[in-house]
Design a protein. Structure first.
Length: 60
């Protein structure tokens, strides 16, 4: 029974943390264009490496 005094507040903090991360993601626009992201992986003409990554040749 004593463990409930620990588990209930911890679960409440976890729920608040999850809601905070979800709210942050919504505010930053992570869920704005879901259809485009689903279609993006089907386009064969796209380059999968962006300019910032570059190639790893000659770099050690």
């Amino acid at each position: 029974m004593d463990i409930l005094y620990l588990l209930i507040p911890l679960s409440a903090v976890l729920v608040l943390l999850i809601l905070g991360v979800f709210g942050w993601a919504v505010h930053r626009g992570q869920f704005e264009d879901l259809e485009r992201e689903g279609e993006r992986i089907l386009e064969p003409d796209r380059v999968s490496v962006d300019d910032r990554q570059g190639s790893s040749e000659g770099k050690l």
